[in-house]
Design a protein around this ligand. Sequence first.
Ligand code: PEP
Ligand code: MG
Length: 289
Amino acid sequence: RQGKAQTFLARPALTKAGTAVRVQVNIADPSDVDAIDIATCDGVGLMRTEFLFGKTLPDEETQYRAYRKVLEWAGDKPVTIRTVDAGGDKPVPGFTVEEGNPFLGLRGIRLSLARLDIFRVQIRALLRAAPHGNLRVMFPMIATAEEYERAAGLFADEQAALTARGTAQRMPPLGIMVEVPSVAIAPEALAGAAFFSIGSNDLTQYVMAAARDNAAVAHLNSVRHPAVLRLIGSVTAFGRDNGIPVSLCGDAGGDPASIPALLEAGLRDLSVPPAQLAMAKAAIADISV
Ligand code: PEP
Ligand code: MG
């Protein structure tokens, strides 16, 4: 199956009926792109930046070089870089805190807004990298409009500081992950965001109350449960009605068994693990939407 799927890699993704679907890739380490031909995808739908936050916290220059490398590789194609999503299943020494219920605790944007010393370094690196490609930035684990506004305000502050110093920079479009049920259920509060990217890994675990890393409840953790699909459908409809682009970057986007249901829910824009790219395009070609 994988061998046959390879033939779809070089072509744009189209359903049997000719509906175009954008297929981007999810990456982490910038060296991930060395093994990917940019012609085979529509850009980077999710660059996870947690990999940079290992034993020591990365400085601005290290981050700038990592982001710039991926932007230059992608050329004109969009690259969506997510601000650090530490906490939950991704502990970072010196940054995340010990807590009893980490998936419901200080993770993602909550932690970044609690540690502005660390967050501002990443923001400056992103603003400086932006002129080198087609950058979009998104915030993880947004639950309220206030979080989005505070984060966007910090981008504006840092842009002003860089301008005052005469440093080259650009403000990228700022969007959000839709992965907390509060935002998926009441997205109107976040209508000011430039784009929505549905994080089906977290959205599914929070809707089903079944941890994504617990095999004992894996049978409950399905994006194809009607409750999750209905919620995704309502988010894509909201985006369509309000001119907000909606994509999906959870692992379900690369799962041939889930792709038909995701297109049915209105999605036309998926971001998948590179290893799933050929399979996802082959699965799309098999659908008569
Ligand atoms: C998600 O939650 O679906 C997602 C893409 O983000 P992560 O898996 O990094 O939490
Ligand atoms: Mg997530």
